[in-house]
Design a protein around this ligand. Structure first.
Ligand code: PLP
Length: 389
């Protein structure tokens, strides 16, 4: 059966060239980067090359890149690291209602341990209004964490403006750029970012490898304790093949960014146009203008997203009803709720994300199958019957 994967925001396949770069570091070049003899030094050299490759993608210095085991760890490190380092300055953190759970659950934890957290509302398109941020800052605010781009609806935030507000108020600015990396031009210097989370598996690199950008001069406490790895800031023997793969994936993302964005945004637009012209009562959630190039989050009225997902799966099509992490539960997506979308419409929403391997032919296949699935489900839906469908 034909397989079409349209869930590139959940994860991406490792590119051939990335895999090729990684393989020697599992076998003959297996040395521990902390060892002083030659095979250790070779590993260290490979790791430092990867650091330069990741730094280049975001216009940082290589010394400002700290490898972690995931985007989740980078988010946790940012929030716990600042909460601890600046506890004498204040106990107030500002974030948004649409963050990934890596941030939201870390903030929940801090709330149970004496910190105050403000969860900013967003506009109906998912953007944070800079005035809302200004109004939330107090003299106790130590961290503002606002994601670069949302994983469910793809909305891109006005990061430069938000970071400038943080700076004017002397507050550290963190952004979770796990979804934005490789899909948006990111220049941490130009944007005024202090801390930024990244993950390799969203940019055609391996799973279980992430990084935190820490602007030179920003002090945050360690999150992992142990050996002297990562300039004594992140203990634990490094995932050498993973880091080498992250570096190669970052290099490819840097070289192909414009081409990648053009290709996947064109395919996404074609997909949305086709769906809208062939299926009635469909809406696009999130911002039209400020949106990740591959993301289409659509609500199909009168039907359940979960039922659509299963029918599409039977046709070999992989999509998501929300972020992968929450797709196992039927709790309505916190992101779509924060955009003010009513519960019954949230349940009829699906996220389609296009990636590098996607073709126009794939999109045509998905649209054709989607028309069939929607018709079938609307025919048996009691809601659609009472509405005269
Ligand atoms: N932040 C965002 C916005 C994400 O989409 C994800 C993964 O889906 C993460 C953080 C977590 O990254 P990782 O899977 O590397 O832990």
């Amino acid at each position: 059966m034909r397989q079409v994967y349209l869930d590139y925001s959940a994860t991406t396949p490792v590119k051939e060239a990335v895999m090729k770069a990684m393989i020697p570091y599992f076998t003959e070049m297996f040395g521990n980067p902390s060892s002083l003899y030659t095979i250790g030094a070779t590993s260290k050299e490979a790791m430092e090359k990867a650091r330069v490759q990741v730094a280049k993608l975001i216009n940082a210095q290589d010394k400002e890149i700290f490898f972690t085991a995931s985007g989740t760890e980078a988010d946790n490190w940012s929030v716990f690291g600042i909460a601890d380092a600046l506890k004498n300055k204040g106990n107030h953190i500002i974030t948004t209602k649409i963050e990934h759970h890596a941030m939201l659950h870390s903030c929940d934890y801090l709330e149970k341990h004496g910190y105050d957290v403000t969860y900013l509302d967003v506009e109906p398109d998912g953007r944070v209004n800079p005035e809302t941020l200004k109004a939330a800052i107090t003299d106790k605010t130590i961290l503002i964490s606002i994601m670069f781009a949302n994983n469910e609806v793809g909305t891109i935030q006005p990061i430069k403006e938000l970071a400038a507000i943080a700076k004017e108020n002397g507050v550290i600015f963190h952004t979770d750029a796990v979804q934005a990396l490789g899909n948006v031009h990111i220049d941490v210097k130009e944007l005024g970012i202090d801390l930024m989370s990244m993950s390799a598996h969203k940019i055609y690199g391996p799973k279980g490898t992430g990084a935190l950008f820490i602007r030179k001069g920003v002090k945050l406490s360690n999150f992992m304790h142990g050996g002297a790895q990562e300039s004594k800031k992140r203990a634990g023997t490094e995932n050498l093949p993973g880091i080498v793969g992250f570096g190669k994936a970052a290099e490819l993302a840097y070289e192909n960014l414009d081409e990648h964005v053009k290709k996947i945004s064109e395919l996404r637009n074609y997909f949305v146009d086709q769906v809208m012209s062939k299926i009635e009562n469909v809406t696009l959630n999130g911002s039209k203008e400020f949106r990740l190039p591959g993301n289409a989050n659509l609500t199909f009225e009168f039907i359940e997203g979960e039922a659509m997902l299963l029918y599409l799966d039977m046709k070999g099509i992989a999509v998501s009803t929300g972020s992968a992490c929450s797709s196992a539960s039927l709790v309505p997506s916190h992101v779509l709720s924060a955009l003010g979308i009513p519960v019954e419409r949230i349940h009829g929403s699906l996220r389609f994300t296009v990636g590098d391997p996607t073709t126009k032919d794939d999109i045509d296949y998905v649209v054709e199958e989607l028309v069939g699935v929607v018709n079938k489900l609307r025919n048996i839906s009691s809601v659609s019957k009472t509405k005269g469908w």
